[in-house]
Design a protein around this ligand. Sequence first.
Ligand code: KIV
Length: 288
Amino acid sequence: MSVQNEIRRLAAPDIRARKGGEPIVCLTSYHAHTARIVDAYCDVILVGDSLGMVMHGLETTVPVTLDMMILQGHAVMRGSKRALVVVDMPFGCYEASKEQAFTSAARVMKETGCGAIKIEGGRRMAETIAFLTERGVPVMAHVGLTPQAINTIGSFRAQGRDASDWAPIEADARAVAEAGAFAVVLEAIAEPLGRRVTAQIAIPTIGIGASATCDGQVLVLEDMLGLSPRVPKFVKRFGELGPSIEEAVKTYAQEVRARTFPGPEHVYPMRSTSVSKLPERGKGPSRA
Ligand code: KIV
């Protein structure tokens, strides 16, 4: 018999059961410290491959590796207790075959302890999603704008802004739901399409630029905190951390230069017994 943690983590079926109910709150996190804060308020923490752009300053998510995802996934698991942690599968580690996807997903789950993985793609990934879920890997799908496809789509632009473009996106969402995904991210799609897809499928939709009618919402933490220099239209800045971090760094630099930091309260005094043994200033042993 195993010893259970005091706080039970949410699992993929808990999120799946929230379809049409209380909105699912999701944010990204890549580190233990931010995971601890996000964990207190969110149902799902996504270790997104956006970490390539946010943490590493990459232009796209394409160069992100499985090792990068595992390292940060592990950090987020250590920093959180309650939320379902979903780790993104990076470009190139799941598309070649369903077997490749299983090998990569199993490694992510074993090495991080996360509760689910996310993959981009609709109909083309349906067979893989079924293969993974049948073998114990809960899958969050991702349709609409799929940033890993940047080199074929050409730009990070919103999808489905003409009704004539809706059918393939609706078909993608239906396909991943029928294949067994427990939820699907809808990224950057026209507002009425977000509403239609949410009404059409049996699994929760997690919107990011896809309307308030989705079953939940996700944002990249650094974007909503005001740390990212450029953000898409769908991001609301819930904080302005950039200017306050800059102010703190500026003041630190000034105080170090002025020798006002560290102050007496930040230094370690000597133990009282040894103070008396210290040579008085200027009366130390003279050089021979
Ligand atoms: O990588 C990521 O952060 C994501 C979200 C934008 C959904 O996939």
